[in-house]
Design a protein around this ligand. Structure first.
Ligand code: NBP
Length: 483
């Protein structure tokens, strides 16, 4: 046996990760169900490092040094279970099975339990950064035992992206069993919100202010020099500057306006709903994609010609610049809310599933390699590091100040969007979330009254402990104390 790590599944992600491992001095056993992919990898990239190609899973396992460590990169779901079964049959207790696919964290919790019962280690590892990241340095979110981290940690550190500011590898041991895939899921949820706030800013400049994609691209380029500096802002500028080869039009204008999704955003929201965590910015990001793809509904709406203003923001030329700055501030404030909500979901998940997750470390490993990589994650990790963000990122002094500064702009933008009829679901729901947090008293008191009225669900009183019920049907409406 010569290989210190193995990769199973050599489609886009697996072959790139295997190459990345080989580039960093690992001897990599490689195996794919159909040998043709293994052949392709060896033919096209075999000279890039040390690979040990295998025709069968037994051959693959035999080529691994102990403790044998195999990273699975096959389609999430049943294919992953099938490969785990095959590995278990060929491996020995003490060996480490790593699932690098986009698995649902509850599947990972189940698999970890089953695999551990047979004496193996199981690591569910979130991998972010797409194919490019897998090759040149992803952000990695492994969950599993401390013991498996001892073997796996140095290997993962060698291939992870390095943060621009301090060169730290973008990987940390997230926690036990499903913790890594949970954090990866929330990462993707935040990504939905982040992409949507950028799109809302674009829409307000495009439809609202009548700017061209080129002009807006220039604006994003400028914004990328501010606290918004991030991968997503950078690629947005590039996309907006791109011209269609066929028609010469801005490419963005020939792309169908229906956003796809693969499900991790939906999982983030479903999980938040069951945890009772408010993740409105993420949810609106997911719903915005959903409505974009409800083609029947949109076609019918177009036929009906629903009444409303035309989206144009009528402001004098000399006020335009200030309004564009308002939009930038609204984007920043909404983004901060989305991240605050995402981190709350991670905290609530950690409580529910008994994980000890270092939120500062999570923010640090998102600084490089992944899609949401951004300068501002340095501030996020500082906020968690200092303890100021323990309850919410919004309470850390840096973000408190940012929100204070942004807030006038944010309100103007949300009000203007509503007035002219440009949808801004994440801008506006984030502002509502912020205002709900600021409110000393919420109208939930009235809801409790309603619940007690029709369902005798009881309510609490502000001046006395216990549960109370009003006999609404009775004359005189007597209140009774239930406990
Ligand atoms: P795919 O998700 O397209 O899966 C293709 C691979 O799965 C092939 O190697 C295929 O083998 C293998 N496979 C299947 Br399908 N069924 C199998 C089975 N029953 N037994 C053994 N192998 C089986 O590949 P990918 O896009 O490279 O993604 C791999 C994983 O990484 C997925 O879980 C994905 O969600 C995750 N991920 C992807 C990205 C991305 O940007 N693409 C990013 C982050 C995470 P075959 O060649 O023999 O058919």
């Amino acid at each position: 046996a010569t290989a210190n790590i193995g990769v199973i599944g050599l489609a886009a992600m697996g072959s790139n990760l295997a190459r990345n491992l080989a580039h960093h001095g690992n001897t990599v056993a490689v195996y794919n169900r159909h040998y043709s992919r293994t052949e392709d990898l060896m033919r096209d990239h075999g000279m890039e490092g040390q690979f040990v190609p295998a025709h069968t899973i037994e051959e693959f396992v035999a080529s691994l040094k102990k403790p044998r460590t195999a990273i699975i990169l096959v389609k999430a779901g049943a294919p992953t279970d099938a490969v785990i079964d095959e590995l278990e049959a060929a491996m020995e207790p003490g060996d480490i099975i790593v699932d690098g696919g986009n698995s649902y964290f509850k599947d990972t919790i189940r698999r970890e339990k089953e695999v551990r019962a047979k004496g193996f280690h199981f690591v569910g590892c979130g991998v972010s950064g797409g194919e490019e990241g897998a090759l040149n340095g992803p952000s990695l979110m492994p969950g599993g035992t401390d013991e498996s981290w001892k073997t796996l940690g140095p290997i993962l550190k060698s291939i992870a992206a390095k943060a621009e500011d301090d060169g730290a590898p973008c990987v940390t041991h997230i926690g036990e069993n499903g913790a890594g895939h949970f954090v990866k899921m929330v990462h993707n949820g935040i990504e939905y919100a982040d992409m949507q706030v950028i799109s809302e800013a674009y829409d307000l400049m495009r439809r609202g202010l009548g700017m061209t994609p080129d002009e807006i691209g220039d604006q994003f380029e400028e914004w990328n020099k501010t606290e918004l500096n991030s991968y997503l802002i950078e690629i947005t500028a590039d996309i907006l500057h791109e011209k269609d080869k066929k028609t010469g039009k801005p490419l963005v204008d020939v792309i169908v306006d229906q956003a796809g999704m693969k499900g991790t955003g939906t999982w983030t929201v479903q999980t938040a709903l069951s945890l009772g965590t408010s993740v409105t910015a993420i949810a609106e990001g997911v719903f915005a994609r959903a409505i974009s793809s409800q083609t029947g509904l949109r076609q019918e709406a177009a036929k009906q010609g629903l009444a409303g203003p035309d989206g144009r923001i009528d402001i004098p030329e000399d006020a335009k610049k200030a309004f564009i700055e308002d939009i930038r501030q609204a984007l920043y404030a909404s983004k901060i809310v989305a991240y605050a909500q995402g981190f709350n979901e991670i905290s609530d998940g950690a409580k529910e599933y008994d994980w000890n997750i270092d939120l500062a470390a999570v923010a640090r490993i998102w600084r490089g390699g992944c899609i949401i990589r951004a300068q501002f994650l340095n501030k996020v990790s500082d906020a968690f590091e200092s303890g100021e963000a323990e309850v919410s990122m919004l309470f850390a002094s840096y973000f408190e100040k940012a929100m204070e500064k942004a807030q006038g702009s944010w309100r103007r933008v949300v009000a203007k969007a509503a007035e002219v009829g440009v949808p801004a679901p994440v801008f506006s729901s984030s502002l509502s979330y912020y205002d709900a947090l600021r409110s000393r008293r919420l109208p939930a008191a009235l809801i409790q009254g309603q619940r007690d009225f029709f369902g005798a669900h009881t309510y609490g009183r502000v001046d006395e402990p216990g549960a109370f019920h009003t006999l609404w049907a009775q004359e005189g409406r007597e209140e009774i104390k239930e406990s």
